[in-house]
Design a binder for this molecule. Structure first.
Ligand code: GDP
Ligand code: MG
Length: 191
């Protein structure tokens, strides 16, 4: 069994916890509370004949947690950098997270994730254009950018399928598969 480590940095309130909740548990809880520090969840998936455990650190986006987040980047195989499609300010933080990842986890594959696509479909003004997404995706050297909705579930399975496939392809044969360890310097209270 292999372990695939994913972290999900992004500004506060963009919908990171809901994204993880939708993927891991297939549910949407509109009343989710701010994440303190970070929360860990895992799911087992099958790819070809391999069983893969996808471990996800759902990190908090608030400023005071940014230094803690760095501990989670180390050893991560993939990072889902999240932003809210209806909130330009959250999109402007993408570059910050990408720079952090490149500094602290240079091997980590970056996936850009636009959240709350259901709001856009319901008529809430979209504040990030497709052209901007394409440009930032290229500049960041990200694998892809996907628009998702944790509320409707749109594109969530596709996103994580792509993450698992890309991580497996990239890291297979290096140290026996996409196996990795938990960050070693985490404060005990965060486990
Ligand atoms: P986090 O701080 O990035 O972890 O954000 P949360 O997951 O806690 O979500 C912040 C707020 O956005 C909550 O009120 C959620 O109900 C809402 N939210 C998250 N994802 C979606 C979505 O896909 N659609 C809609 N309409 N609201 C969402
Ligand atoms: Mg959260």
């Amino acid at each position: 069994m292999a372990l695939c480590w994913v972290v999900d940095p992004g500004a506060a309130d963009v919908g990171k916890t809901c994204l993880v909740d939708r993927y891991l548990h297939g549910r949407f809880d509109g009343t989710s509370r701010p994440t303190v520090g970070a929360a860990f969840g895992a799911k087992t998936v099958h790819r070809n004949s391999t069983v893969i455990t996808v471990g996800i650190w759902d990190t908090a986006g608030q400023e005071r947690f940014e230094s803690i987040s760095k501990l989670y980047y180390r050893g991560a195989k993939a990072a889902l950098v999240c932003f809210d499609l209806t909130n330009k300010a959250s999109f402007s933080k993408v570059r910050f997270w990408v720079d952090e990842l490149k500094a602290y986890a240079p091997e980590c594959l970056i996936f850009l994730v636009g959240t709350k696509a259901d709001l856009v479909e319901a008529g809430v003004p979209r504040e990030v254009t497709e052209a901007e997404l394409t440009k930032v995706c290229q500049e960041a050297g990200a694998v892809s950018v996907k628009n998702t909705s944790s509320k409707s579930g749109a594109n969530i399975a596709e996103l994580f399928d792509e993450v698992v496939n890309e991580v497996t392809d990239r890291f297979q044969g290096r140290g026996g598969g996409p196996q990795t360890r938990a960050p070693s310097r985490l404060p005990a209270t965060l486990w």
